[in-house]
Design a protein around this ligand. Structure first.
Ligand code: F6P
Length: 366
């Protein structure tokens, strides 16, 4: 009998619970046991935070957002922030403690569900500590190169598109420019897909540094055919030419990345300055991470979970499950964490956007 431990790390994404359901059910059907490690690796650091997951506990979670075992983006066991007696935070490598719990519990495999950061940690455990690890890709940003899609992305895009649909009527009623900031740290997939589908006039993504004058030109051009309002979608990681990324100051303790946010407000102010039009900005933020996963995300998550158990059975460790065409495949974790998946400038989305009159804030030559 195998004993599996599953963890969910990084920002949550709709579909995590569907992965957990599939892992528990597919393992149970093989006569195996599954444990959930609370908040990423916490359960593997503190035995009390390990939860035995049984089919009755997961019976109705597939359609639920979030993750029943919790998640964190501050829990890297190779660099864990720990408060000393004087109240100061020190960074410690506690990876050996994780391995001790793993071995003491008699686990035969760790299924690590996460984005680039969590999968990188999982890969380190596999290569440096010999932990039998299988990765499952998760991120609403869809920025993992080794899989065609990640679950959570479709739900996030649907939420953003619905928001854009609703903004048209109020923007039109007031002759305003509405600037909508969506998630997307390094990649503009959410902005691109929702912006094209939701009728945006301008889409700004991290892959294409934008010139604010070109954004204003597009909004002024709208007036030529009596369209007195505009919708601008901007990914949180988008930058203006000659400007750095706009963020909210230093990162939180134990977290490698800065917390992004503010570019939408900046763009709205600049548009007001150069066009004289009334502007409003809003940040969709964590709404995009919440709620019930779409059918597409549920199915993808369930297939990922079932495939991860298949890989555990075949002992194909240090690999990640991935979608290739309509097939489930296994890719080495090393390839999965190597680099991020960007919106291709020469790709069809960029081409479609420009052909249907959407400005990307830059001159695009395809
Ligand atoms: O990686 C997913 C993501 O949604 C990013 O787009 C965003 O920058 C980040 O998570 C936000 O994280 P937090 O929940 O810590 O603010």
């Amino acid at each position: 009998m195998k004993k599996i431990v599953i963890s969910t790390g990084g920002g949550d994404a709709p579909g995590l619970n569907a992965v957990i359901f599939a892992v528990v059910q597919a393992s149970h059907n093989r006569g195996w046991e599954v444990y959930g490690s609370r908040s990423g690796y916490l359960g593997l650091l503190d035995h009390d935070e390990l939860i035995r997951l049984t089919p009755d506990m997961v019976a109705d979670i597939t359609s639920m957002g979030g993750t029943i075992i919790g998640s964190t983006n501050k829990g890297d066991p190779f660099a864990m922030p720990i408060e000393n007696l004087a109240g100061q935070v020190e960074i410690h490598d506690v990876s050996d403690r994780v391995m001790k719990t793993f071995d003491r519990m008699g686990f035969s495999c760790h299924i690590a569900v996460g984005g680039d950061g969590s999968l990188e940690i999982a890969h380190r455990f596999a290569t440096e500590k010999g932990m039998p690890v299988i990765g499952v890709p998760k991120t609403i940003d869809n920025d993992l190169l080794a899989t065609q899609l990640t679950f959570g992305f479709d739900t996030a895009v649907s939420t953003a598109t619905e928001a854009l649909d609703k903004l048209h009527s109020t923007a039109k009623s007031h002759d305003r420019v509405m600037v909508v900031e969506v998630m997307g740290r390094d990649s503009g997939w959410i902005a691109m897909n929702s912006g094209i589908s939701g009728g945006a006039d301008v889409i700004l993504i991290p892959e294409i540094p934008f010139d604010i004058r070109k954004v204003c030109d597009k909004i002024n051009e709208n007036e030529l055919y009596d369209k007195n309002y505009a919708i601008v979608v901007v990914a949180e990681g988008a930058t203006a030419v000659d400007h750095d990324v706009i963020h909210k100051g230093e990162g939180e303790t134990g977290r490698a990345e800065v917390v992004l946010g503010g570019v939408g407000e900046w763009v709205a102010k600049e548009i007001n300055r150069c066009t004289g039009k009334d502007t409003r900005s809003l940040v969709l933020g964590h709404l995009q991470r919440g709620g019930s996963p779409t059918t597409f995300d549920r199915l993808l998550a369930l297939r990922f979970g079932a495939t991860a158990v298949r890989l555990a059975e075949a002992e194909q460790f240090d690999h990640m499950v991935a979608l290739a065409g309509d097939e489930m495949v296994a890719v080495p974790l090393a390839d999965a964490v190597e680099k991020r998946k960007k919106v291709p400038i020469g790709g069809d989305r960029v081409r479609t956007a420009t052909e249907i009159g959407i400005s990307l804030g830059a001159d695009i030559v395809i």
